[in-house]
Design a binder for this molecule. Structure first.
Ligand code: FE2
Length: 485
């Protein structure tokens, strides 16, 4: 077993406890922890927020070392925290060694940020471990699944499949999240639905004061894509000719929500650029993070005729070409697709991949033409752990596996149907009769670990025992082994 992640990081944990106090500070302060993201073999993005009450901008320095006590600073640089970017700071630490653990921090005068740990991607690899998280509604409960994921040893990177924040306002009596609020006191700030840039920024700031989320960011680099709730629970649709179908007010809200995402999430892409992107972990894993929400999705007409429209897209021709080209170029043992919307079929699927047969068939045809490609999809959005398969068109043979983690805290099927038990019974009947759904759970919260070697992919579903009490335990609830082709 590798040992580089077994170090005790009390310095990181202690720093988390400081953040709540610093939020109220009159002086400049690192109020929302540190994070890293989008690593490659030579570099990684580092993130922090330096709030400066009296100044629209403030210079700061960053430092990077190999030892957790930062005794020997290997890299350093300067950056500026600007009010126009909500004081969020992103820098690229470059010229690093591949497959190496680093520690980093920021400082402004005598003010020092928490210390974070990160890791570059390996040049060669025989064993890779990836943590998978998604759907973390603050009002749903404690982020114990983030905490347990942070405590999981030997991960190379975390991928986040979206719904990192939720735009919804405060939960109220009668709402399915209200019992969680009564148990935990966790309520959304601002209390109304996010609409303006300031609303979204306030929401990210609230989420980034949660100690369990900050702990995860401080321990592992994250590769994130958005789902819908970073913007709104309204599909981000375009007409077949590519025009947004919403009015100017919606477009402003849409742009503001994405601006806040780019400010707060440790992603290299800049606003206006596509966020679908790939990462190579040696020649073992090619990680393909796709965007089924914003860049390329068509308007959804719920008619049989529209299903046949060749201009109806969920990822679009450019993204599909990129996806296929990436797999052919990198020739990795495993191609892992991080994805927001279910690819397998569950019946009524107008807004998911099966509702876009032109694009979906392109993926299926490509994999059929390249039977040696090992393709595994991990999908968010569902709030419940699932293992689906997609079968070959002409037989019942399995073409690919699709694995979904439980949500971190967003309502699962049991929680969402408490006031309507018949709805859950109907859902379970549908689940039990779906031959492509090999395993599911309706009442858990947790995460997945993808453990990959040249011989097999091991998918491990971890559950936490409770998200409404401060104390919890974590356990492995299920596993799947997929042999390499
Ligand atoms: Fe969600």
């Amino acid at each position: 077993m590798r040992t580089y992640f077994l170090l005790c990081l009390s310095i990181v944990l202690a720093a988390n406890a400081l953040s709540d106090n610093l939020v109220q500070a009159a002086d400049p302060a690192f109020t929302h922890g540190v994070a890293s993201g989008d690593p490659d073999r030579e570099s990684v993005l580092l993130w922090t927020r330096l709030v400066s009450p009296d100044s629209p901008e403030l210079e700061l320095t960053w430092e990077l070392a190999k030892d957790p006590t930062m005794q020997t600073i290997l890299k350093t640089g300067t950056a500026t925290a600007r009010q126009e970017h909500d004081y969020c700071v992103k820098v690229i630490a470059a010229d690093l060694e591949p497959g190496t653990t680093y520690y980093y921090r920021f400082r402004q005068g005598n003010i020092v940020s928490p210390t974070g740990r990160t890791r570059t991607l390996p040049r060669t690899a025989e064993h890779i471990r990836i943590g998978v998280a998604n759907c973390a509604k603050y009002t749903g409960g404690y982020y114990h699944a983030y905490d347990a994921l942070a405590d999981t040893d030997d991960l190379d990177v975390i991928i986040h499949l979206g719904d990192y924040i939720y735009e919804n306002g405060a939960t109220r009596p009668g709402d399915s999240y209200y019992p969680s609020f009564l148990a935990t006191g966790r309520q959304h700030n601002p209390p109304h639905t996010c609409v303006t840039l300031q609303d979204y920024r306030t929401r990210y700031a609230q989420y980034h004061q949660d100690p369990e989320l900050l702990k995860l960011h401080a321990r592992y680099p994250m590769i994130a894509i958005w789902d819908d709730h970073e913007i709104a629970k309204i599909p981000m649709q375009k007409s077949p000719s590519g025009e947004p179908i919403y009015d100017a007010a919606w477009q402003q809200r849409f742009n503001d929500s994405l601006q806040a995402w780019h400010e707060w999430i440790p992603c290299r892409a800049k606003q206006g650029e596509v966020i679908y992107r790939d990462f190579q972990l040696g020649s073992l894993v090619n990680l393909l993070m796709v965007d089924t929400r914003v860049c390329c999705k068509s308007k959804v007409d719920k008619t049989e005729a529209s299903l046949k429209d060749p201009n109806r897209h969920i990822v679009g021709d450019e993204q599909l070409a990129w996806l296929k080209n990436s797999m052919l170029t990198h020739q990795a043992t495993w191609n892992i697709m991080g994805n927001q919307l279910l690819f397998a079929s569950k019946g009524s699927d107008w807004s998911r991949w099966p509702g876009f047969p032109t694009d979906r068939n392109q993926v299926i045809d490509f994999l059929t033409e390249h039977p040696r490609i090992n393709f595994l999809i991990t999908t968010g959005n569902a709030h419940n752990p699932h293992h689906y398969v997609v079968r070959e068109k002409e037989s019942s043979n399995i073409l690919l596996h699709e694995v979904l983690p439980g949500s971190i805290s967003s309502g699962n099927n049991t929680e969402k149907s408490r006031s309507n038990p018949a709805k859950l019974k109907k859902l379970i009947r549908a689940q039990e009769s779906n031959p492509d759904l090999l395993w599911y759970n309706n009442d858990a919260h947790g995460f997945i670990v993808l453990d990959l070697t040249t011989q097999r992919a091991l998918v491990e579903w971890y559950f936490v025992t409770d998200i409404r009490q401060k104390q919890y335990q974590v356990y492995r609830a299920h596993k799947l082994v997929i042999d390499v082709r």
